[in-house]
Design a protein. Sequence first.
Length: 288
Amino acid sequence: MSKQNYLPSIDPSSIIWDKAIYEDNRLEYGSILLSLSKLMDEMETFTFLLSEELKEEMISNFPANLCEGLEGDLWAIVHQLYDFLSKIGSNDFTKNQDEDLESFPNQIKGHFNERTSSEVNYLLNYYHTDDTENKIYFSFEKLWNETNELVTKSKNDKKHSCIIVDRENNFQDFIDSYVPKFEHKEKHDISVYGNKEAWKNKDVENEFISQLSCLLDDGSKSPQEILDERYDKFFGNLSYYGYDTCNKVYVVFRISGAGTNIYHAHDEYDINVIPQEVKNHFGVFKYD
């Protein structure tokens, strides 16, 4: 599954701290900050399942004053957090209140104000009533129990996937699950029948199958390197675009199967089909 298909949420209590608990657990909260930084580094391009109102509550109620004595990397993370919250996309949702809804571990904390509590209730109710399978909740050891689940309970119980960022391998396994991986398909082998000259002279009556020029041992970056440096947005039928600077051609990466993170690739010789925002990103607007 690609990251565009995930709907992540962050445990609000990882940002809106209980000040009394913080005072007795400074080291643990320092660890939460370090783990938050890891999450922010990897997920700054995700669209979060988060109302604008709850995002405002997180920004307003993060206790930066408690962090003023922190130094170096920890204090830098405070600035990173504000920047992250101000920039991340939010995927708003229908808000319905359920006063009887419970969560385990309890996500509506006693130190939350009324607005925060209401917004968290809306979020939990959406988790409970929406059947989308790709919602994923992020929290931290200090704030969780021994499970990797968020349970919501009203008239029935529902279990939701939770990743504990600082629990061994949880987060890294998640990251690995959406990092695109290249696998070559033979039909895009280097060939005089699939190169740029062949494309220019192709017979419109016959299908043209483009080669993948970066397979040449000519100093090109590998297909995986080009995929890693892609313009990070899906287009059309689950495609990414990269640019091969050695062969001066755009490369299309197409998903090899639904629900996978495996991609095959080929050159795209028609500059006119490259999305404008991709051309803007790479600064290449025409071919030689």
